[in-house]
Design a protein around this ligand. Sequence first.
Ligand code: 3NM
Ligand code: MG
Length: 532
Amino acid sequence: MASAKPAVDYSIYLVTGRDLLPPGKDYLESLEESLQGGVTVVQIREKTADTGEFLEIARASQVVCRKYNVPILINDRIDIALAIGADGVHIGQSDMPFSVARRLLPASAIIGVTCNTPEHVAQAVRDGADYVGIGPAWTTQTKKNLSPVVGVRGLKELLAPLGTSGVKSVAIGGVKSTNALHCLHGAVSTIGHTLDGLAVVSDIVASPQPRDAAKRLAVIVQAFKSTRFNSFSLSHSTCVNFRELYTPEIIKASVGKLLNAIRTHAPLIHQITNTVVTTQSANATLALGASPIMANAPEEMADISKIEGALLINMGTVQALDGMLEAGKHANLNRNPVVIDPVGVGASQYRKECADALLNTFQATVIKGNAGELATLAKSDEVLSKGVDSVGSGFADPATFVLNLARRERCVVVLTGATDWISDGRVVVRLSNGHPLLAQITGSGCLVGTCVASFCAGASLVAESREPARELAHGDMLTAAIGGVLALTVASEFAAAREDVKGSGTFLGALIDELGALTPEKIAQAAKVEVL
Ligand code: 3NM
Ligand code: MG
């Protein structure tokens, strides 16, 4: 083996799988093409080969990897690694114990460990592993005896025990170019620790064009790594900078620009919403200047995603979970913002499972709910719900709650109530507009969701750059969420003040009218915005 530890770039970590090669594709040809596409480290994984055959394959693979100066690791078999002088080994939880592997191998050898639980990761750090392979991120046919899927949100928990150890990490299990950015963006620990790379078998090996497959992944990982905004920095100075970026004056001016963008471009707002509010949501969308499309069938999501400006998923009457999941996946793929409104999520076990399924399948851009709904999502028992309504007065410290939930779910969080609290995990904004009549009509919260989705589409329209492909949605989604809430709450004040409003029935009509009559100036004058 080489004398010094090789510097390994874990960005695109190819694990081989000869049984997955497409018919007629030669193993070494596929390996070489994948290296040309941007694979940065290779693990040779042979689960059924005899020792002689494994050795032959490892040798031949090493020749190809050397040509591209890419390190080669051997799965499980220390003897094969020693025999060919590989750069290191990868061991699973039931393989050779770490301490034994370390003793057998030269000091320069890289040793990586498969970890499926935070305890595995903590142990690997104590052992002195060079990297951990964490997962499974998604389910996969590639590995037999797969551990329970941890999901992207679970990857975050597996990153936590890495602390400041410097041990590197790659995610594995069902990782593909179609979910790679979701994986990178979502798997960030609360202290801002990110993945060092993605480990992939089938997305590259099963492709007839492994060069293109590797390249698609490499572009995503490089773009993600090239941005400073891929993790929430918790340092004080950064927070101060964000407060300078988000003063009430700047926010109000930006919200006005978003309203104008909506009116100018009339983006399509795709809404999968409940049967109670469908009509009024579509009308509110039109009043804002956007264009509603209410589409629920999974079969149409690929098409609609290509034309939608934003997606709203409202769980008020879950009838088509499949459609919601498909819509969210396609929205992530097309970088469309996704707003999740977990209406009444505390009302039944089924709704809790649906919310989990949504959050595990795609990355939300904004999650919007009342105190009871968000407490349920956060698994906090501080606030209880009754049906779709919150019970009691809400959180003792709503600012900290939204900040932490935004960091945990890696999105903007909107907590609605008499005052509304919004955070992107960096700043917290408090909004104090709205009229008590909003509580007298059904679905005023759902209308907030519609308005937020419309403003997200507006933010995406005015986004300064759509490249590099580093974010799941382009544009300032914090301002968009604020804009959506302000639009509805400010319009409610104008509506309630009208002489022709006699009660909740006339109020709903007036509310739609006033959404249509909103201007950037009206919002700026009426908005009560505080940045905390
Ligand atoms: N280890 P694909 S999942 C080799 O969870 C391996 O530890 C896993 O294959 C783990 O990219 C896996 O085709 C297979 O899903 C990953
Ligand atoms: Mg193993």
